[in-house]
Design a protein around this ligand. Structure first.
Ligand SMILES: *[C@@H]1O[C@H](CO)[C@@H](O)[C@H](O)[C@H]1NC(C)=O
Ligand SMILES: [Cu+2]
Length: 465
């Protein structure tokens, strides 16, 4: 075993490369080993090492420490998990930030199905104003914390809406939006799913207002066009568009906040009034957690993106039952707490098999366990039909927000507990399927008296060492 570890360590100094190269290299490296089963083990370790490195560019500078980490839980070595380092800050000032998760299809071709979605997070300090802008995306957002007022400018109208924790709202592409955090103490945090409308997976923000920072697009036009358009001398226009340099998120006075609050501009609301997901009756609730779900029946505008929203509040020391979604790929964002996810993925298993140049069909279907420790800000992608389970840590609730794509006609299937979908089989089907007496199958299937939320596994779990 010690020699295997040495081989793995020596691999860290080689750069990963193409699949065929990897196969050749691993054969060479493991060639000198005597016994066949050790040689095989060496090749498997070698291939998966290269595989993991290929999917994690920043792990090319892997060190011995990383090898140990990987052995602990493979947490970084899966394309479905996104940690804090995978966000890019578009704006970061003392008054807040706006950060965007890297493109899914850049991370892995296994995420190509959601390449036209982006996840972003806005955080604004108390009493702040977020500059008016428009984006080339259709957007749905969820307020994870705080309260504010959001204003939309479009079709000759101005609509203001109060927003608070649990609210969802959609904003069509091109609408000019600005907002305030109207709380004097609490931060305003908003998680958003963006669907670009002109370039797959890419979007931009456009500022008309501003000057130097944010830079206004007006001054990009030629002087002639600008003067004619505003019917104003150039020097005045230069003064108007040359001053602002405080940035995208700026401090506002109490008086300004009061004036901009929806409560003081009554009557300017519109049809898009946000829907509060948390004020809905949970679709499942017991001592171990609650599941809140919202779809087009709750908020018709979700149809614009064919998205639904769910919030799982998994109590400390509890877990959410293994389940899968029939059509929907879920983009799960941890809003609070910590814990871990486990998912069965046949694709990764196949890639590993293929890189061994074997015909996987001869081996039947097999699955790779993908698991990650998660904390606030972590993102975990759950592709359609993939069985997944989530476990909260022992000392805090795990609050997970899920944006579900292809929401129409999606069903969630539970794989354990009282509503285990497999329990609906006839006794004959159970016996045939398990080659086991139906009574004993039923005994196992009925041993879990709860549904959806259960007590967590005994012990500290794979990541809680
Ligand atoms: C989550 O559940 C806890 C109780 O376990 C409750 O105190 C908390 O308010 C819930 N959070 C949300 C967002 O529902
Ligand atoms: Cu998969």
């Amino acid at each position: 075993m010690a020699s295997l570890l040495l081989i793995v360590l020596s691999l860290t100094y080689l750069t990963p490369s193409l699949a065929s190269d990897i196969e050749t290299r691993c054969s060479k490296i493991c060639h000198s080993l005597q016994e066949d089963h050790i040689k095989e083990q060496c090749k498997t370790t070698c291939l998966s090492w290269y595989y993991n490195n290929n999917n994690n560019n920043h792990h090319q500078e892997a060190s011995e420490k990383d090898v140990n980490k990987e052995k602990k839980g493979e947490e970084k070595h899966n394309p479905y998990y996104f940690g804090e380092e995978r966000y890019e800050h578009w704006t970061r000032t003392q008054h807040g930030h706006f950060k965007v998760l890297e493109r899914f299809s850049k991370r892995s071709k296994l995420l190509a199905g959601i390449e036209n979605y982006r996840l972003a997070i806005l955080k604004a300090e108390p009493y702040t104003f977020i500059m008016p802008s428009h984006w080339d995306v259709d957007e749905v957002f969820y307020v994870t914390r705080g309260q504010g007022t959001i204003t939309l400018l479009w079709e000759g109208n101005r609509e203001s809406y109060d927003i608070k924790e649990g609210d969802i709202m959609t904003i069509p592409s091109g609408v000019i939006v600005y907002l305030i955090n109207k709380d004097s103490n609490e931060k305003l945090r908003i998680a958003m799913l963006l669907q670009p409308v002109s370039l797959p997976g890419r979007f931009e923000e456009f500022f008309g207002v501003g000057g130097k920072n944010p830079e206004t697009f007006y001054t990009t036009f030629s002087n002639e066009v600008l003067q004619a358009a505003f019917n104003t001398p150039l020097d005045r226009l230069k003064r108007l568009f040359g001053k602002q340099e405080k940035g995208v998120i700026i401090r506002a006075s109490e008086e300004q906040i009061t004036a901009l609050s929806k409560s003081s501009t009554e009557g300017e609301g519109g049809p898009r009034t946000p829907f509060n997901v948390l004020s809905k009756q949970p679709s499942h609730a017991n001592n171990y957690g609650q599941l809140y779900e919202a779809n087009v029946n709750d908020y018709q505008f979700l149809r614009e993106l064919d998205v639904d929203i769910s919030i799982a509040n998994i109590s400390q020391g509890s877990m959410m039952a293994p389940n899968y979604n029939s059509r929907s790929t879920k983009i799960a964002l941890v809003v609070q707490g910590s814990g871990y996810f486990e998912m069965a993925c046949p694709h990764i298993s196949k890639e590993l098999e293929e890189s061994k140049e074997r015909n996987y069909k001869e081996h039947g279907q097999s699955y790779h366990l993908v698991r990650s420790q998660v904390r606030r800000g972590s993102v975990f992608v759950i592709p359609a039909s993939h069985p997944v389970a989530a476990v909260a840590s022992k000392n805090e609730n795990l609050l997970v927000l899920c944006f579900g794509t292809r929401a129409e006609n999606n069903d969630k299937f539970f794989l354990a507990g009282k509503n285990n979908v497999l329990n609906q089989m006839e006794r004959e089907a159970k016996e045939l399927a398990f080659d086991w007496p139906a009574e004993e199958v039923d005994e196992v299937f009925n041993a879990q008296p709860e549904s959806v939320f259960f007590p967590a596994p005994e012990g500290r779990g794979p990541f809680m060492a």
